[in-house]
Design a protein around this ligand. Structure first.
Ligand code: F6R
Length: 608
């Protein structure tokens, strides 16, 4: 989603900000712009489309200036045109604003400003905010921004500069992430850490309702009133190499291939072999408190929602605690039944997804205990929940989530193990589960070693216009995830279904042009899925099946099979999802799609 980067310091800001925008490209955007204070006033340059357009517009004329702000916009209000791109300026053209989020009362403010003579160029809520700050400006940008923000409803992460105060950059957040980068005699703001890493590892995470004022002498954090706030400076552990492609053609492929390592990192330090359980110190729940939990709600969006469904199967099967999985966007707006014995778990790669964050807040307000399984350290959800565990999957830059998904399943397996051992799971069963977890990274590697086979498979199905993914039990969510991966990066229509549900509708779609991907490891529902494969074959469908090695029965029936190493039934999704990620990747690349930045998608969805 929109990216913000701002700079104040001794260096020329132009190229530095453009480099920052490049690091933010992965978030997804459709226009970009930059504003610099160059001594002679404010210079704003913006373009629609990709950053290369902005770079072209700047050839030979990158404005000079040591203070500036830059933005990649993911359209919410108004089309992705040059006029609607950020930065937006106030009525006099002195103040420039970049903004992530949505100002909900923009229409009312706009009308009020029009009534006092303001004219607007764009359709955006951000231009309204810029005009409001301008209207309230009386020589002090910090005060004008604070006053304006008191008038607005909605979500924002903003950065503001003014030609009348060429040594000040003001930024603020409510509902949209913002980080301050603390360098040596230079300071940054950004919507995430990626543009900061080549300059500094020291950061301050702003919380909702906080403003930061950056000057040439340092920074101050305050609220919208006048109270100064002391914030800790944190160190980012990810290094630059981790957010670069390292020889892979795309981030998505790199991240798929990182999964043996990311899984090891997720599991590291948590497995207690002797006791046959998992150590999860960050849960902040005692054994007694965990035992008292009589219901679990897992809430998330997209791919994280799919891993949540896998968690439901695992927890109910092994720990025998009832679990419901809720789309965060639905949970937050209904009237969920929750009490202090309900545990609400939010799952999120970015830790910034607006709906998931709001669902967690809703759960807390209703008295539930909250946990987070989050990848990005220091993200808003990670700071909002009462406990949880980081995934430690490393930065995920490709828009389509891959390694975070398998790490989420691994983290859910750890949580399940911990809970199950407090309930009825024996130490022996616990040890067997640990052994299976420990073996997963090598088995993942075995699958990755066969990537060329998946590539050949993808070649054959490039021209499909629909693909059906079917699975049963814990592999039903894998079917959903496989379909999501394919549709979001290749734009081929794909649907995931529980295999038996096919008879209740989707079977009508099956003909000789319809590839059907079956996720069919030899688990407790294997014989049932064999019958479902027969049903598809009887109607001429093309069957691609993920099977355990030596599954002669399905090998005979299916048009194509791909072998998956054995593991315990509940952990098969970590293995079965791999070939589906690779399949989506190779199909999309062959179709000429931009897999790392699929159209219309954003990496971190910070608006509801
Ligand atoms: C799909 C994908 C999205 C995210 C969803 C939630 O590949 O990445 O569906 O899973 O937007 O994002 P997080 O996990 O950051 O909360």
């Amino acid at each position: 989603m929109c990216g913000i980067v701002g700079y104040i310091g001794p260096r020329q800001a132009g190229h530095l900000l453009l480099d920052g925008l490049r690091r933010l490209e992965y978030r997804g955007y459709d226009s970009a712009g930059i504003a610099l204070l160059n001594g002679g006033g404010l210079e704003v340059i913006k373009t629609s489309g990709k950053l290369s357009n902005l770079e072209k517009a700047l050839v030979g004329r990158v404005p000079s200036g040591t203070l500036g702000i830059a933005h990649t916009r993911w359209a919410t209000h108004g089309a992705p045109t040059e006029i609607n791109a950020h930065p937006h300026t106030d009525q006099d053209g002195n103040i420039a604003v970049i903004h992530n989020g949505i100002i909900e009362n923009a229409t009312a403010i706009r009308t009020a400003l029009v009534n006092i003579g303001h004219t607007f160029e764009s359709d955006t809520d951000t231009e309204v905010l810029a005009h409001l700050i301008g209207a309230l400006f009386q020589g002090d940008l910090e005060e004008a921004v604070a006053a304006a923000l008191k008038e607005v409803d909605g979500a924002y992460g903003i950065a503001v500069i003014s030609a009348q105060q060429p040594d000040v950059l003001v930024a603020a957040r409510k509902g949209s992430p913002l980080i301050v980068g603390v360098g040596t005699d230079e300071w940054f703001v950004a919507s995430d850490a990626s543009p900061l890493l080549e300059h500094t590892r020291s950061v301050v995470y702003l919380d909702d309702g906080e403003m930061v004022v950056l000057t040439r002498d340092g920074y101050r954090v305050r609220d919208l009133q006048v109270t100064e706030i002391q914030k800790p400076v944190s160190q980012i552990e990810w290094d630059l190499a981790k957010i670069e492609r390292g020889g892979f053609e795309h981030f998505m492929l790199k991240e798929i291939f990182e999964q043996p390592e990311s899984l090891r990192n997720t599991l590291r330090g948590h497995l207690l072999d002797d006791e046959g359980t998992a150590r999860l110190l960050g849960l902040n729940l005692t054994d007694d408190e965990l035992k008292r939990i009589d219901r679990i709600v897992i809430t998330a969006c997209g791919t994280s929602w799919h891993s949540s469904l896998i968690g439901e199967y695992m927890i109910e099967e092994l720990a025998r605690v009832p679990v419901e999985v809720e789309y965060a966007s639905e949970f937050r707006y209904r009237n969920p039944v929750i009490d202090e014995r309900t545990l609400v778990i939010g799952i999120s790669q970015s830790g910034e997804t607006a709906d998931t964050l709001a669902a967690i807040r809703e759960a807390k307000a209703r008295g539930a205990r909250t946990l987070g399984l989050v990848n990005v350290v220091g993200s808003t959800i990670a700071r909002e929940v009462e406990g949880g565990t980081y995934l430690h999957a490393g930065p995920e830059i490709g828009v389509a989530s891959t390694k975070a998904f398998t790490s989420q399943i691994a983290a859910l397996a750890l949580f399940t193990l911990r809970l199950a051992r407090l309930k009825d799971m024996s130490i022996l069963q616990g040890r067997q589960f640990i052994q299976a977890l420990r073996e997963l990274p090598d088995k993942v590697q075995q699958i990755l070693d066969r990537a060329p086979d998946v590539e050949r498979l993808a070649e054959e199905f490039l021209d499909s216009s629909n693909v059906l993914y079917l699975g049963r039990g814990v592999n039903f969510p894998v079917a959903l995830e496989g379909a999501l991966k394919l549709k979001e990066i290749s734009y081929i229509h794909a649907e995931g279904y529980p295999a038996a549900e096919m008879k209740h509708g989707p079977i009508a779609l099956i003909d000789e042009n319809m590839p059907v991907v079956f996720i069919a490891p030899k688990d407790g529902v294997h014989s049932k899925i064999v019958s479902n494969i027969e049903e598809v074959k009887a109607r001429g469908g093309k069957v691609i099946a993920l099977v355990n090695e030596g599954d002669a029965e399905i090998e005979r029936l299916a048009d194509k099979t791909f072998p998956i190493p054995d593991t315990v039934d509940l952990l098969t999704p970590i293995l079965t999802s791999l070939p589906l990620q690779l399949f989506a990747y190779y199909v999309a690349v062959r179709r000429g799609c931009n897999v790392d930045q699929p159209r219309n998608l954003a990496k971190s969805v910070t608006v509801e």
